[in-house]
Design a binder for this molecule. Structure first.
Ligand SMILES: Cc1ncc(C[n+]2csc(CCOP(=O)(O)OP(=O)(O)O)c2C)c(N)n1
Ligand SMILES: [Mg+2]
Length: 1063
């Protein structure tokens, strides 16, 4: 059975609706189910479908369109002649019809001018008539639209006028299908749901004969021939077609098992390309060999799930049943992309069908997957590991269809749906960047989504908005939505406000191909077109695989609790493999025996892998690594050493970088006088062998570039710097968009420096940079928040990836987070980067004094999950950035960066603090009079960050420089137990204070206190000085802010404040 028409009548009711329908008068039923098409014999494309007996009773358009019988029972001409203002108003916004019409007439006219035979005889008559009625010589030059409107029009005989109007109507009708045909496509395999959540059938689609009336057409027009506009390809080689055939072909192209949504794309070439792909007769033909490959892939996909279900019936696996076609779909995209030159595909996907993708697309060894189900399997790696349906994989192999090498990776991901999207994009961008693939011709990403998550999660939108930005584009992603029309227990109607789950993709003009997943050939076709689209236009594209979920959310869930009628239908639903194999057998493409052999062959593969999986006793998560760095680590995945060289630089390197940072390396480049002043200030500092914050950063970045380390700095307004201190991109004041990045003019063979202002997103952009940092250990990838507190909209990336990434997936990552932080009286926001949160997630033990052996500093860094620092000097900031790369492993680095210190005259460092042999200082001990006579010191104030400068100033004011020592904790986590112990012992008689400017329940206090007590063996207290506990991170009132500061400064230097207090 073949069909190519709409079943919206059925779709409108759902299962419950069916019983309502029973009560409708018979005639209405026939009108509703009027578009069933029988097998074609005229060489037009056949949508070769599986049998759908229940639907077959409901459709009847084809017969009717072929001059047939009973389909048109409505009243002819209902609504009168077509009125462009009213008749076409439902559904999507229609471009000006008058415009379309006149351009259509123009098209006809110019074709006619070229050769009168180019157009239909009725048009020929019309133009001749018009010409005759206009003064000789002038007509040729006149625009046809004026012919229509002017005297000629009025003088056109009634017959010609009808011809023109009918042509315009047909043109509009064609356009209606192009714009709204997808609303009537048969997308739901179950036949009971609406993929667009609406039973509404656009009024301008010809589902019943009375619809012709709104165009002013009549049944008798069905056999009249009409000229086709150049905006359609339904004619194939024909330029004219009878109306009956036009409608039939439009139904075939737009209302079958594929719904194409593309008319919102504001690019004519792209729209034409899509029209050609879907309208051209005969486009959807598959060779027998292609059909057999598809069947074999469907066998693997289906039997893999069956196998797991049989062997581990009570295990969660988030099976793919109901969307088994996903596997052949992905393989088709990969085949076609490989054919177009792609050699690396990076994929991200959620839980559903993940094991199947690992097994049958990435080709993870089956025994490795099966052994994951063994509850006795011991973990060989440190860390938590992760559940089997979160793990990633990397695999290089030959693509059988193209015989070319292809590397496939599936990124590990957390449960948090869609969080992996920007990470995949970042990694893809990095792979493109490092392989010189500037146009995405070699590396591409595929993202797979669930329908509820795709519609509901904001990060999807954030990720889409990166897709066309120069420093973030991956040159087109293929998105596949496994649209099983449910999210856990929630119906789509309760889960989204948009018609489709895919509407979010419209913001970037990505075409959306909705397809009925029970029609494997239709699915293969859209996958092929999607891959071609991506390689042709390098833009995103979405495939909406409308399917169902055969079981509950997981295999243990009972879906009948919440979706009883849907699941009754699902129980009746024949498996797609059965439907498709029956079809191919009946077509003679395969025999039953061949099919059964294929099934038996794969079952045997599974059984054998199952047997060998029993030999596995130990689980190596490192075998599931999605981004290996083979040259960086040893063969066993270990660091090559456990030490770190010093991070200082030679004088000439510092001088050279300093000079470039204070100059404009391009000729005739006119910078703003304010920027000139900043550069002069830098030159001045360089001459004095000094750096401020910005220059310290410049020195770190510039020196790494010299050593071939790519540096990437991304975030909102990072090019200039939120605080106007950085100015890494200079703008010519006289030539629009002419820029200069002096950092890229430092050395002859330096690595490239990327500095890029991002979109206003944290979740998406931080995820992206994290992915970027995964691709190579030889890059310093920094993400800067505008103000530190804004990072919390990216909390998921921090909690799910950055903090536990290595523990879950044995994956190192050296991303750097720059979080401007500090209480400057700016209010509850713009003040705190919430250090307490990062510290709470640091894994170093507060209660155990560590064994101090070997290179303790490096060992401690290796053991931690991330490094948290708050540097008080530019030199230390410089060193910590360089150390990040010189370490023999990678750890995320969280840096609380200053605001007022950027320009603080005391917050400067000398070249001496950065010269050869110097290194990062985990603490900065007191270097003043107090340190000379430690036995006279009454109090030691430990602090971190900018408050040091306020304390130092206050101490001077109180003339307490010999009695109060101030020690700066620069690396907060991992806690420098060894150095703190030395300080505590040095000032043995002094009382100890922890001073912070943050509120007591925030900042660092809860983290440092137990660690100090461990150092002190709980024998001595460490007193708290700082702001009182609070709900908001800072006051909005300047006076209160200053009063709070004064109060705790007074306490810090009141040597009696803690006298007599017990702890
Ligand atoms: C960010 C996030 N919120 C909630 C959940 C809990 N959850 C897991 S699966 C699921 C439903 C997902 O539905 P859909 O995206 O349609 O995928 P399906 O399971 O239907 O394949 C939910 C809500 C989650 N994993 N992640
Ligand atoms: Mg779903």
């Amino acid at each position: 059975m073949y069909f190519a028409a709409s079943n919206r009548g059925l779709c409108g009711f759902g299962v419950e609706g069916l019983s309502e329908l029973e009560n409708q008068p018979t005639q209405n039923k026939e009108i509703m189910f009027c578009t069933w098409v029988e097998a074609e014999t005229d060489g037009l494309p056949r949508v070769n479908l599986c049998e759908w007996p229940e639907m077959s009773q409901l459709r009847a358009l084809a017969g009717a369109l072929r001059g047939g019988s009973f389909w048109l029972r409505g009243r002819i001409g209902v609504g009168g002649r077509y009125n462009p203002c009213r008749g076409c108003s439902l559904g999507a916004v229609e471009p000006s019809l008058a415009l379309c019409s006149s351009s259509y007439v123009e098209e006809m006219y110019y074709a006619w001018l070229e050769d009168h035979k180019n157009v239909h005889e009725s048009w020929d008559a019309y133009f001749r008539n018009a010409q005759a009625s206009t003064s000789v010589g002038k007509t040729e030059a006149r625009r046809p639209s004026s012919l229509l409107q002017g005297r000629a029009m009025s003088q056109t005989p009634a017959m010609s006028q009808k011809v023109v109007e009918d042509h315009l109507a047909v043109h509009t009708l064609i356009r209606a299908y192009q714009v709204r045909g997808h609303h009537a496509a048969q997308l739901d395999p179950l036949g009971i749901l609406e993929a667009d959540l609406d039973s509404f059938v656009p009024s301008d689609l010809i589902t019943t004969i009375d619809k012709l009336g709104i165009y002013g057409l009549e049944e008798s027009d069905l056999d009249k021939t009409f000229q086709l506009p150049s905006t359609t390809f339904i004619g194939g080689g024909e330029t004219t077609l009878p109306l009956r055939e036009i409608i039939r072909r439009l139904e075939t192209a737009y209302c079958g098992h594929i719904g194409v949504e593309y008319m919102f794309i504001n690019n004519v070439e792209q729209c034409q390309w899509i029209r050609q792909k879907f309208e051209m007769p005969g486009v959807m033909r598959f060779t027998n060999s292609e059909k057999r490959t598809l069947l074999a892939r469907l066998v693997r996909s289906t039997r893999f799930e069956d196998f797991l279900a049989r062997k581990w019936s009570s295990e969660k696996r988030f099976g793919l049943e109901g969307c088994e076609v996903l596997i052949p779909a992905l393989k088709m995209m990969i085949d076609k992309s490989s054919e177009a030159g792609i050699d690396t595909v990076i994929m991200g996907m959620p839980h559903r069908g993940r094991l199947n993708v690992l097994a049958n697309v990435v080709r993870k060894d089956l025994d490795q997957i099966f052994c994951q189900f063994d509850p006795k399997l011991e973990a060989a790696d440190e860390g938590s590991g992760d559940v089997k349906y979160h793990l990633g994989m990397y695999h290089e192999r030959i693509n059988r269809e193209t015989d070319k090498n292809i590397t496939l990776s599936l990124m590990a991901n957390p449960s948090h749906l869609e969080a992996v999207d920007p990470v995949v994009q970042g990694k893809t961008k990095a792979e493109q960047f490092y392989s010189g693939d500037t146009e995405g011709k070699k590396v591409m990403s595929i993202l797979i989504h669930g329908d509820a998550a795709f519609a509901g999660q904001g990060v999807v939108y954030e990720t889409f908005h990166l897709s066309e930005l120069p420093s973030y584009t991956t040159h087109g992603t293929i998105h596949v939505v496994v649209n099983n029309q449910i999210g856990f227990t929630t119906d789509p109607r309760m889960a989204r406000s948009s018609p489709y789950p895919t509407d979010v993709a419209r913001v970037v003009n990505a075409p959306i191909f909705h397809v009925n997943a029970d029609d494997p050939e239709a699915v293969m076709y859209v996958c092929r077109v999607a891959a071609e689209w991506r390689s042709t236009f390098n833009k995103d594209v979405v495939i909406d695989l409308v399917c169902y979920r055969r079981f509950g959310h997981n295999e243990m869930d009972e879906p009948m609790f919440t979706q009883p009628l849907m699941y009754k239908q699902i129980r009746r639903q024949q498996h797609v493999l059965k439907k498709y194999s029956d079809k191919l057998i009946s077509e003679g493409v395969v025999t039953l025996q061949e099919f059964e052999e294929e099934v038996a062959k794969y079952d045997k593969i599974c059984e054998e892998a199952y047997t060998s999986s029993k030999d596995e006793k130990i689980l190596h998560i490192r075998h599931w690594l999605d981004s290996p760095w083979p040259d960086f680590f040893t063969a066993e995945g270990e660091p090559r050493s456990m030490s770190c060289p010093t991070t200082g630089l030679g004088e000439e390197v510092l001088q050279h970088i300093g000079q470039t940072a204070s100059s404009v390396p391009l000729e005739d480049f006119f910078i703003h006088p304010g920027v000139s002043r900043i550069l002069r200030g830098r030159a001045d500092m360089v001459q004095k062998r000094q750096v401020d914050w910005a220059l310290g950063e410049y020195m770190a970045f510039g020196s790494l570039l010299k050593d071939g380390i790519h540096v990437r700095l991304s975030g909102q307004d990072v090019e200039r710097g939120t605080f106007s201190h950085r100015h890494h991109v200079l703008h010519d004041q006289e030539v629009d968009k002419r820029i200069c990045v002096p950092m890229n003019h430092l050395w002859q063979n330096q690595a490239p420096y990327t500095v890029c202002n991002s979109s206003l997103s944290e979740y998406g952009v931080l995820g992206f940079e994290l992915g970027f940092a995964m691709a190579s250990p030889n890059a310093l990838v920094c993400w800067e928040a505008q103000f530190g507190d804004f990072y919390n909209t990216a909390q998921c990336i921090i909690d799910q990836f950055i903090s536990p990434g290595q523990a879950k997936w044995v994956r190192h990552n050296g991303i750097v987070l720059l979080l401007p932080h500090g209480m400057e009286g700016m209010g509850p926001e713009h003040s705190s980067a919430r250090p307490e949160r990062f510290l709470q997630m640091s894994k170093d033990d507060p209660d155990r004094y560590p064994e101090i052996t070997g290179d303790f500093e490096v060992q401690q860094l290796y053991d931690c999950n991330w490094i948290v620092v708050n540097c008080s000097t530019p030199a230390n900031y410089f060193h910590v950035l360089r150390r990040q790369i010189l370490l023999p492993f990678r750890k995320p680095l969280i840096i609380f960066t200053p605001k007022s210190l950027l320009r603080h005259p005391d917050a400067r460092s000398s070249f001496d603090d950065m010269s050869s042999g110097t290194k990062f200082r985990r603490i900065i001990p007191d270097a003043g009079p107090a340190s000379q006579t430690p036995e006279e010191v009454k109090r030691v104030i430990f602090c971190t960050g900018k408050v040091y400068y306020e304390l130092a100033k206050e101490r001077k004011k109180h003339n307490l420089e010999s009695h109060v020592a101030i020690v700066r904790l620069e690396q907060i986590s991992p806690f420098p137990f060894d150095l703190i112990k030395a300080e505590v012992e040095k000032y043995g008689k002094a009382e100890l204070i922890w001073c912070q400017e943050e509120h007591k329940n925030m900042g660092y206090y809860d983290y440092v206190r137990p660690r100090f007590l461990t150092v002190l063996s709980n024998k001595k207290p460490i007193w708290y000085v700082g702001r009182d506990p609070a709900a908001a991170p800072a006051t909005g009132n300047k006076v209160t802010h200053l009063a709070e500061l004064k109060r705790f400064m007074d306490t810090a230097f009141n040597l009696e404040a803690f006298k007599g207090r017990s702890f």
